[in-house]
Structure formats: structure tokens, C-alpha cells
Design a protein around this ligand. Structure first.
Ligand code: GLN
Length: 491
């Protein structure tokens, strides 16, 4: 029998339906793989007992012909999603051993459809980061390495555990979240597919909040089809999240393999950065040619406010974060560090519970929201945000179906290599992805090639609001042309 962990979700679904193997066998194969890959530090909590129980329940349902669309499919869950009775920490010391008495809407929909929980996945603390180095559980290792080198590389962030686990076959798919690029950038660094849906597509209820007007959940998977399968279960209206939108969830999988003939694909000139590696330029034109060969028409477009997106994001996101993180005060959740009065207790708890990057964001956020600076920073950033959104709207109004860009300005880098002296060096990773969150649009990252050192590179497609289907159709064209990439196993 082939190694069950190497199957795609679509293949596993077939195998389970035809009784080639059971959900229990599929889960067990993953549990063995997880144990053998602890060096990657992708999981912060393994839940083998729960996994076996859920797999058994899935087998019983499948036997009765009642298996849901994800019956028996083992998944990893980013530790930002609340899981009932299972420790959820956002990879922050301040949440300590927080055990939620509730389940996030997105994960409850996955369980409703029969999926199996393998464990909780590592991420940057409160999802703040681009390399998964800010987690209180330590960094995650990318299964990919430079050819002929043992240097440990980051998997990207903040959903680094999700990307690494999917790339190393430690789960068939994973949940992730994206506030400024945290699904798409790690997907690009690990040769996986990641989609950030339109803001409002997935419920944010039960997901630890970072920047509420930007946060969205989405899947990371090994193929565009698998991402489409997971998206269908994750998406949908939820009265518990007032920003979730009541629009019917389409069968995303039906978009896989659909013709893209006649679609207009925008190539934004502002994404052509000075000093961008030639390999990324090359990949970008190659991707454009693949879409053209599939019948799409390429048009140059302009998104003039692109250069303001990153600075504006680093005002809006910390501002919202400073407000969201006010709740971690030593009273309601997890950690409490005593003090001689309540104020000192707050201070001690927050000083000890938050890591450096989170503290930096809280400080920036508090500053830009403070009286006297609010208009100069926060209000202005919001105006810039409107202009960024309008750039995209103007482009779509001209009949553009989607926009093609590189997903990241570089391939994966080494652990400890970036951002030590200057945090902006790390922030620049999100240069191609934050615009999409600022505009609330859907964006998908698809593996498209490798750099000279053998590391994966991804392309991004940005779509119209609630038109994830077009992204799946175009993403599939790229995947078909580029082929699939698997990290050589060394662990
Ligand atoms: N890297 C970005 C940040 O640090 C985005 C993170 C995210 O999308 N969660 O804010």
C-alpha cells in the first residue's frame, strides 16, 4: 500500500469510499508521521486520543453511508482557533494553559463534515510575524532546505506550523489565518496552496483576534483541489460574527479544471520592485504565459497606491491589536503574575506574558490611537486603505477577472537571518500580500517553481470580492503547468 500520508484529500476521499483503507488507518499513519517529525516543531499539541476517537466515528458513519464531505480526513488546526476542551494558546505565554469551553465556528464546521483533529499547530505569537519565530513554543522548521545545505529555514509565518505540517505530510490540510499574508506567504515558502478568502467569507468567531478588520481564516493544502474542498466546509455565514456575510457558499471544487478562456488577467506594474530577484521576475512572466496559453488575456494594470499599503497596514494592524489584546490582563485568561496591587498585577502579567514582537505592536498601536496622534496616523492610514481598495475596484471595473503577482519578494530564509536588528526587514516580506487584506479581497498562493537554490516560490492571484472560484480555476492552471513540488524527506 502507498504511504497514506502522501495522498491528497481528494485521493483519500476516494480510498475511504472504496474501502481501500479506513479512517482509522489514515489517522494512524499521520500520527506515526507526526511523531517522527517532532524536529520540525510544527505541532504544539498532539491529540492522538481525540484523533482516533474521531476517526472511529468517521468509519462508522462511512459504513452507514453517512460520511460527510470530509469524513475521516485528518487535519491540523492552527493554535489560533479555539478548540473545545483542547488547549488553545495563540502560541503566547499569556494564554498559558487556556482551555476553551467553546469551539470556533470554522473548526466546528470541519468536524460537522467529518474531519479528524490531529492536533494544534504552531504559529507566530498572536499571528504577529512572517517567519514563525515569535511563537512561545519556539520556531518551526521548514521541511525545505537549500540544495546541498543543512541550514534550517523558516516556513514563513504566521501560519508556519500549518504550512510546514502540510508540506511534510503531517496532516492532509490545515486551517490558517491571514491578516497581512499569513496564509499566502508560508504557503509560498513551503510549496503548498493557501487561500485567504474575501473578508467576511469565513466566520471569525472563536479565532483569537489580531486585527479584526483584516483577519480571515482559510485553508493550506497540497493542491488547489484540496484547498477548494476545505474551503467549502470552512466558509459560510455565522450570526455570531456580524462581519460574516450571508452569501451562499458555492461548490469551490467545481471551479477546478474550469476553462479560464477569455478571462482578463491584470499584471500590476507597481509590483515590479527595484532589486527584486530575477528568478521571481522570471516566475511571474512564466505564470502569465501559462495563463495566456490557457486562453486568458494579459493586461497591464496600475494600482497606484500600492507603495503605501505596507506602512498603512503597520498602523491599522497594531492599532486594532492593541485594542484586542487589552483583554489579556491576568484576570480572564491563562497567566497571572502577582503584584502588590491590581495595576502592578496587570503590568507584571503583560510584561511577562507577551513576547517582544507583541509588545512592540501594542506600543505602536497605543501610540497611533492616542489623542493628538489619532488623526495623523490612524485616520490617515484608514484613508489610504480606502484608496488602496479603490485601486482594485477601478481595475475590476475595467473587466479584469483577477490580478497576478508574485506571492513573496524572496524564497524562505534562515532562522534568525532576518529582522533581528530592524523589524522592518521582516515586515517587507508582506509587501505583495497586505494590499489584499487592506482591500478585503480574496487571494490565493500557488506553488509555481523553484529558485536557484532549489527552494519553492509561489505566485499570487487576487480576485474580486467573493469570487474565490475564479482563483481556484486560475490556480489550477498554474498548478497543472508548474507541477507539484515535494520536499525531500531528511527528518
Ligand atoms: N506578517 C504580518 C504581520 O506580522 C501578517 C501576519 C498575519 O497575516 N497574521 O503582521
Amino acid at each position: 500500500m502507498t504511504d497514506l500520508t502522501s495522498l491528497t484529500i481528494a485521493e483519500a476521499r476516494e480510498g475511504l469510499a472504496s474501502k481501500s483503507f479506513t479512517a482509522r488507518e489514515l489517522t494512524d499513519a499521520h500520527l506515526v508521521a507526526i511523531e517522527a517529525a517532532r524536529v520540525l516543531n510544527a505541532y504544539v499539541l498532539e491529540t492522538p486520543d481525540r484523533a482516533r476517537e474521531m476517526a472511529k466515528a468517521a468509519d462508522e458513519k462511512i459504513a452507514k453511508g453517512e460520511g460527510g464531505p470530509l469524513a475521516g480526513i485528518p487535519l491540523g488546526i492552527k493554535d489560533l482557533f479555539a478548540t473545545r476542551d483542547i488547549r488553545t494558546t495563540a502560541c503566547s505565554k499569556i494564554l498559558g494553559n487556556f482551555i476553551p469551553p467553546y469551539e470556533s465556528t470554522v473548526t466546528s464546521q470541519l468536524w460537522r463534515d467529518g474531519a479528524v483533529l490531529l492536533g494544534k499547530l504552531n504559529n507566530d505569537e498572536f499571528a504577529m510575524g512572517s517567519s514563525n519565530e515569535t511563537s512561545c513554543f519556539g520556531p518551526v522548521t521548514n521541511p525545505w532546505r537549500r540544495e546541498g545545505s543543512n541550514t534550517t529555514l523558516v516556513p514563513g509565518g504566521s501560519s508556519g506550523g500549518s504550512a510546514s505540517a502540510v508540506a511534510a505530510s503531517l496532516c492532509m490540510g490545515a486551517t490558517a489565518t491571514d491578516t497581512g499574508g499569513s496564509i499566502r506567504q508560508p504557503a509560498a515558502f513551503t510549496a503548498t496552496v493557501g487561500i485567504k478568502p474575501t473578508y467576511g467569507r469565513c466566520s471569525r468567531w472563536g479565532i483569537v483576534a489580531f486585527a479584526s478588520s483584516l483577519d480571515q481564516a482559510g485553508p493550506i493544502a497540497r493542491t488547489t483541489r484540496d484547498a477548494a474542498i476545505l474551503m467549502r466546509s470552512m466558509a459560510g455565514h455565522d450570526p455570531k460574527d456580524t462581519t460574516s456575510v450571508d452569501i451562499a457558499v458555492p461548490d469551490y471544487e467545481a471551479a477546478i479544471g474550469k476553462s479560464v478562456k477569455g478571462m482578463k488577467i491584470g499584471i500590476p506594474r507597481e509590483y515590479r520592485l527595484d532589486g527584486m530577484p530575477a528568478e521571481i521576475e522570471k516566475l511571474w512572466s512564466e505564470g502569465a504565459q501559462w495563463l495566456k496559453a490557457a486562453g486568458a488575456e494579459l493586461v497591464e494594470v496600475s494600482l497606484p497606491h500600492t507603495k503605501y499599503a505596507l506602512p498603512a497596514y503597520y498602523i491599522v494592524a497594531p492599532a486594532e491589536a492593541s485594542s484586542n489584546l487589552a483583554r489579556y490582563d491576568g484576570v480572564r485568561y491563562g497567566l497571572r503574575e502577582p503584584g502588590k496591587n491590581v495595576i502592578e498585577m496587570y503590568e507584571n502579567t503583560r510584561a511577562d506574558g507577551f513576547g517582544d514582537e507583541v509588545r512592540r505592536r501594542v506600543l505602536i498601536g497605543t501610540y497611533v490611537l492616542s489623542a493628538g496622534y489619532y488623526d495623523a496616523y490612524y485616520l490617515r492610514a484608514q484613508k489610504v486603505r480606502t484608496l488602496i481598495k479603490k485601486d482594485f475596484e477601478d481595475c475590476f471595473a475595467k473587466g479584469v477577472s483577477a490580478i497576478l503577482t508574485p506571492a513573496t519578494p524572496s524564497a524562505a530564509f534562515g532562522i534568525g537571518e532576518k529582522g533581528g536588528a530592524d523589524p522592518v526587514e521582516m515586515y517587507l516580506n508582506d509587501i505583495f500580500t497586505v494590499t489584499v487584506n487592506m482591500a478585503g479581497l480574496p487571494g490565493i498562493a500557488v506553488p509555481a517553481g523553484k529558485d536557484m537554490q532549489g527552494l519553492p516560490l509561489g505566485l499570487q492571484l487576487i480576485g474580486r470580492p467573493f469570487d474565490e472560484e475564479t482563483l481556484f480555476s486560475l490556480g489550477e492552471v498554474i498548478q497543472q503547468a508548474a507541477g507539484r513540488f515535494t520536499a525531500p524527506k531528511w527528518w
